[in-house]
Design a protein around this ligand. Structure first.
Ligand SMILES: Nc1ncnc2c1ncn2[C@@H]1O[C@H](COP(=O)(O)OP(=O)(O)OP(=O)(O)O)[C@@H](O)[C@H]1O
Ligand SMILES: [Mg+2]
Length: 283
């Protein structure tokens, strides 16, 4: 289901200005509900359609995209870029199998004292890069006030339990306060016979779900194989739900390109090489 555009704020200028990346923040109030999994797979589904995607791991405490994808720690990581020690471009790596661009975390991440100047510097550089989508994986809880003006859309992720659903309502209110579009996505449906009915989750969250993502073994398989589930099996129920989410953003941004690039990707010069960066190998 595609919701109507509620807000025309500064952050929605990318719809009017098609060259500006569309920034999606993947959020949950409660931890462990699947933010990293959804961020990585949404990025993958968009890459499969030839969109240029930058995925940023801002969760310095548990920086998990690298372990999800089986990548080495990045020396030039998010903390250095946000602290202004390096340019954003220097922190970008390519996940080779997809040419999916990443800014990763690092075990030795510097302490981040986030302030408006740092956020402005970081995101004004990001927005100048030639991406269709920028996806932000985060720690549990809301985005910082300083970031609000850079975000176009927030995925509010919940699992079908009361604690997660109730806390999602809080996050939705926070988005409303900042006049940022947001959509409810319920993840891991079917994981327990004691879980809440979808209608009850929606009632507690105060919103209708845009997408419902099932519990699927493909996700655990993908963790073991250090590959996005979408790459492991594009037709798995989980991947089909991710497709639905990707489609919402394709339609919203007015950039539908439903192509399957796999066959000719090898022959094309990598987008990332064109950007002048380098690639991270697997562990
Ligand atoms: N649809 C799904 N089916 C099966 N397992 C899932 C699904 N979604 C997420 N998981 C599993 O749930 C666990 C938590 O997922 P993930 O790490 O993506 O959550 P998170 O919200 O990023 O956590 P944190 O708040 O710690 O950053 C992982 O083991 C992941 O494999
Ligand atoms: Mg995570």
């Amino acid at each position: 289901m595609v919701k109507e555009l509620k807000y025309i704020s500064l952050s929605n200028l990318s719809i009017i200005m098609p060259n500006r990346p569309y920034v999606i923040f993947i959020a949950s109030q409660k931890g462990g509900v699947g933010k990293t999994t959804i961020a990585v797979n949404l990025g993958t589904a968009l890459r499969y359609r030839e969109y240029q995607v930058l995925l940023i791991d801002t969760d310095v405490a548990t920086y998990s995209i690298s372990s999800h994808l089986g990548l080495k720690d990045a020396e030039n990581d998010y903390s250095k870029a946000i602290n202004g020690k390096i340019d954003v471009k220097e922190a970008i790596f390519s996940y080779e199998p997809l040419d999916l661009n990443l800014i990763l975390g690092n075990q030795e991440a510097e302490e981040i004292e986030e302030n408006a100047d740092k956020i402005n510097r970081f995101y004004s550089q990001v927005l100048k890069l030639n991406y269709d989508f920028v996806l932000i994986d985060s720690h549990p809880g809301p985005f910082s006030e300083n970031m609000a003006k850079y975000i176009n859309d927030v995925v509010i992720l919940t699992t079908p339990d009361a604690a997660s659903a109730k806390s999602s309502a809080k996050l939705a209110k926070y988005c409303e306060k900042h006049r940022i579009e947001h959509r409810l996505v319920i993840n891991r449906i079917g994981s327990s016979k004691f879980e809440l009915e979808t209608e009850e989750v929606e009632r507690l969250c105060g919103d209708i779900a845009s997408v419902i993502i099932p519990e699927d073994d493909i996700v655990q398989e993908s963790n073991t194989r250090h590959k996005p589930a979408y790459m492991v099996n594009k037709s798995a129920p989980f991947s089909l739900a991710i497709d639905e989410l990707a489609r919402i953003y394709m339609l919203k941004t007015g950039k539908p390109m439903d192509t399957e690039p796999e066959a000719d990707r090898q022959s094309k010069k990598s987008f990332f090489q064109k950007l002048g960066g380098w690639s991270l190998g697997s562990k």
